[in-house]
Design a protein around this ligand. Sequence first.
Ligand code: FES
Length: 109
Amino acid sequence: PTMTFIMKDGTPKVVDAPNGLSVMEIAQKHDIEQIEGACGGSLACATCHVYVHPDWWDKVLPDTGDVSMEEEDMLDLAFDLQKTSRLSCQIMMRDELDGLVVALPGSNP
Ligand code: FES
């Protein structure tokens, strides 16, 4: 699959997105430095914050159908929180997410 990151200046960056990697890991693989992923995906930082494109919101929710409490708590610490904010280390790539679009904080959500 592939996915798109909307950079801060609004430029879309389409990247190769291997199944099984988190969106945070995919960003790191493609040197998108704004997504730092400081805690390595263990829900202990908010440096992997992204805005999910509204069309994709439901599709990237966990199987429980809701963002976990742990993720919500950590998101509260994220800079420039928006309605479709998620922590990108909690979104795992799979075939159904081919074409996923997320935007970096600071861009227009
Ligand atoms: Fe730290 Fe996602 S990388 S919460």
